[in-house]
Design a protein around this ligand. Structure first.
Ligand code: XMP
Length: 525
């Protein structure tokens, strides 16, 4: 993506697990950066990208191995500052005439090192380390098998740890810096300062703000779309909502959103979403009321995958039906985020996130001959939230927990009935109300109720009850790929169970799901 007005920093990815964190640290400093896998970084790419500085990420390979990942040699001749991290340090040393040794040998030049370590400074201080070593030593996070055994010509040592004599190295005359540890991770508490110093000495202005981004994206959308019409599947989730709000600012009435109501939404959800976008923000929103269609097709179905397939197919059919009514639509808007983009060009070709394929309108652009507008492609989730604030979306909306495309269908194991959905909606609303009242909502990645396909016996007042049992779920997570159950207090759980059983007719028993992911998943189906 072209952000030519800003200074650009290039992160060359050698496959580290934490490369994205480098980008995060830089964006926090208002620096525009992009991550590109090393294979894509050719001479032509470098010339076109014209970075003002370059960072080499860490990576799992060994530079001592024939054919291990390298940048093109020209990167060293561009006259721009370079910072190499871990594997990136070893790449620099090997490429520039030093020596790297492999394996877990101890003594001599250094050993493999994983985890916390402490770096102490050499006598001479450099700008990269301004604000470091104020209290003598700095905690850093190491994660390496190989180590540098001889420095490349021109490099000096500026910090050492017990197992890494070359923990911090630099050729100050060329502004080449190479560190053995990972300054981007949380366990290097003063690590952000290293990035701050690096971009300062590289001359970055730090002018990549959300307000600037908003203005530029609006211009860009106008240029891309012209007078053509755009359609957007509005799910009520943060990504599609922010994308719609931004595109609306750019092209106004030429954007039409389709909100598919499949009858599997939470209490008052359709009214809230349609009300906000249509009535408060003046967007054209088609409220596709297709509850009967979806619930009809789902009748009697209890297999989770069959449910998902039915919903996915109907969603596309319905969206297409409404989109066909919009004359001359040429573009489809999608809230694709930067992690999705990186994932798809991933260095390691690792397992890509299939989560969204259920829920976005995958395959539709080709089928309908539509081009894509993806204004969030450069942003991380919390940057999308910041942009949402910038665009005036309410905080309560922007901070909402994720909600799956198939909706309550996958929180209703077994057959789905209107009766069960009604009960589930009410129980979920009470649960979320409890979480909000206790000030826990923002600490939790996702919380919901699942209604179980089982009735249990209870006693209320003097009478016997025979009603549904439900499970409460709340997890913490960073990306939904792994998760841990949230450690509510017993008081909270007791109070919530009492409220649900008292306030929601049809439920007489509450359980709390304490499964992490893996081995469980977040949703029940
Ligand atoms: P699981 O249950 O796989 O969920 O641990 C991980 C995250 O993905 C959400 N999820 C979905 N989102 N369409 C979506 O848009 C889906 O079909 C879908 N299935 C799960 C889930 O809510 C959690 O945030």
């Amino acid at each position: 993506m072209d952000q030519t007005q800003h200074d650009r920093l290039l992160i060359i990815d050698f496959g580290s697990q934490v490369t994205q964190l480098i980008a995060r640290r830089l964006r926090e400093l208002n620096v525009y950066c992009e991550i590109h896998p090393y294979q894509n970084v050719t001479d032509a790419f470098l010339a076109e990208f014209a970075p003002k500085a370059v960072i080499f990420s860490g990576g799992p390979d060994s530079v001592t191995r024939e054919g291990s990942p390298r940048p093109p040699q020209t990167v060293y001749d561009m006259g721009v500052p370079i910072l190499g991290i871990c594997y990136g340090q070893q790449v620099m040393m090997q490429d520039l005439g030093g020596r790297v040794e492999g394996g877990k040998i101890s003594g001599g030049g250094g050993t493999a090192e994983f985890g916390r370590a402490y770096v102490t400074p050499s006598d001479e201080r450099i700008d990269l380390l301004a604000g470091w070593f104020l209290e003598g030593r700095e905690q850093v996070w190491m994660s390496h098998g190989d180590h540098v055994a001889a420095l490349a010509p021109g490099f000096e040592v500026y910090g050492t740890s017990p197992n890494a004599p070359y923990a911090i190295t630099a050729d100050v005359s060329r502004n080449f810096f190479a560190v053995q540890f990972h300054p981007e991770v949380h366990h290097t508490p003063n690590g952000a300062t290293v990035y701050e110093n690096f971009i300062k000495l590289a001359g970055f202005k730090g002018d990549w703000t959300m307000a600037a981004y908003r203005e530029e994206m609006i211009e860009k959308i106008r240029t891309q779309v012209g007078d053509a019409k755009v359609i957007c599947a509005l799910s009520g989730g943060v990504d599609s909502s922010v994308a719609a709000a931004l595109i609306h600012e750019a092209i106004g009435e030429n954007l039409t959103c389709v909100f598919v109501d499949h009858g599997l939404l939470r209490l008052n959800e359709a009214e809230e979403v349609v009300g906000m976008f249509r009535d408060h923000m003046n967007l054209r929103v088609i409220h596709a009321q297709e509850q009967d269609l979806f619930l009809g097709e789902l009748e009697g179905v209890s297999d989770p995958e069959t449910k998902r397939k039915i919903i996915g197919k109907l969603f596309i059919d319905v969206f297409q039906k409404y989109a066909d009514q919009i004359d001359g639509a040429q573009f489809l808007a999608q809230g694709t985020l930067y992690p999705d983009v990186i994932e798809s060009v991933s260095f390691s070709g690792g397992p890509s996130v299939t989560i969204k394929s259920h829920h976005n309108v995958g395959g539709l652009p080709e089928k309908m001959g539509l081009k894509l507008v993806e204004p969030l492609r450069e942003l991380f989730k919390d940057e999308v939230r910041a942009l949402g604030h910038e665009l005036g979306l309410p905080a309560s909306f922007i901070g909402r927990h994720p909600f799956p495309g198939p909706g309550l269908a996958i929180r209703c194991p077994g057959e789905i009935t209107r009766e069960k959905l009604e009960i589930l909606r009410k129980a979920d609303a009470v649960y979320i109300d409890q979480i909000r009242k206790h000030g826990l909502y923002d600490e939790i990645w996702q919380a919901f109720v699942a209604i179980l396909p089982v009735r249990t016996v209870g006693v209320m007042g003097d009478g016997r009850t025979y009603d549904y049992a439900c499970a409460l779920r709340a997890v913490t997570s960073v990306d939904g790929m792994t998760a841990d159950y949230y450690p509510f207090s017993h008081e909270f759980l007791g109070e919530t169970a009492t409220r649900i059983i008292n306030e929601v007719q049809g439920i007489n028993r509450c359980t709390y799901d304490i499964t992490s992911k893996p081995p469980g998943t977040i949703e029940w189906e």
